[in-house]
Design a protein around this ligand. Structure first.
Ligand SMILES: C[S@@+](CC[C@H](N)C(=O)[O-])C[C@H]1O[C@@H](n2cnc3c(N)ncnc32)[C@H](O)[C@@H]1O
Length: 240
């Protein structure tokens, strides 16, 4: 599937029947050859928007996987870059992939629903991982990022506009989420991955409840919908 170096259908099935953590351990060696790794166009759009708000000192990539977000943090952060993820396999792949790229990032294995940092970072980013958190888990996730940041620190991540009900993507995402709910009703351990559980209004409210002030910026690289609203936005959540 995907490409010659990507995972086979059999490997993807084994992943989908595992827990999130073990599933990513299995996928890790081939992850960078799947569309699940955040594409560089997204990373560069976010990096460009954040450059105007920097420089920063210490950066954190939340759910770093194989280290896609390091491409954003590296040029922006003057002192250190840290990636946190609970999959040992993904962290091993990240370590191997970024060995040659200047100062070695710090890789930390932890569940980000119980973030092990306090007041050490002035920038946190996250890419492509929020589908792995149920809405009820967002308060713990956001509280942990808030605690990890210094006063004045920034939590930034891109968020896409939901596809219109008339588009094929709308039905593809709805179908995927429905299939995942059935899978999780009949199979243990659960594999939490939903496309439609991270709506901007609810996310914004949870960020505010966690103590952030929230600003949105359009990401012009992704164009606009027919109604004029941006297809991609950057959420800038600041710890006062
Ligand atoms: C789709 S990958 C995204 C990786 C990378 N950020 C990217 O954009 O390519 C999602 C990552 O989130 C991690 N993850 C999911 N739930 C997590 C949790 N509760 N704590 C830590 N990491 C988690 C997975 O291990 C996986 O590496």
């Amino acid at each position: 599937m995907f490409s010659a170096q990507g995972p086979s259908l059999r490997e993807l099935t084994a992943q989908a029947l595992s827990s999130v953590e073990h599933g990513y351990d299995l996928l890790a060696p081939r992850f960078d050859h799947t569309p699940f790794r955040t594409p560089d166009t997204f990373l560069d759009a976010v990096g460009g928007a954040l450059a105007a708000l920097g420089p920063f000192e210490h950066g954190l990539d939340v759910c770093c996987g194989t280290g896609a977000g390091i491409r954003v943090l590296g040029p922006l952060c003057q002192d250190s870059v840290t990636g946190v993820d609970f999959s040992a396999g993904m962290l091993a792949a990240a370590r191997a992939a970024h060995r040659e790229d200047g100062p070695e990032p710090r890789w930390v294995r932890a569940d980000v629903r119980a973030m092990p940092f306090a007041h050490g970072f002035d920038l946190a980013v996250s890419f492509g991982a929020f589908g792995h958190f149920l809405p009820a888990e967002r308060p713990a996730l956001f509280a942990g990022v808030h605690r990890a940041l210094r006063p004045g620190g920034l939590f930034a991540f891109p968020i896409g506009a939901p596809p219109p009900v008339t588009s094929a993507w709308y039905w593809a995402f709805a179908g995927f989420d429905a299939a995942m709910r059935v899978r999780n009703a009949v199979w243990r351990p659960p594999f939490v991955m939903y496309y439609r559980t991270f709506p901007l209004h609810a996310v914004r409210a949870d960020l505010v409840r966690a103590g952030f002030t929230v600003e949105l910026r359009a990401l012009p690289e992704f164009g606009r919908r027919r109604d004029g609203s941006p297809r991609g936005r950057l959420v800038l959540a600041r710890k006062p």
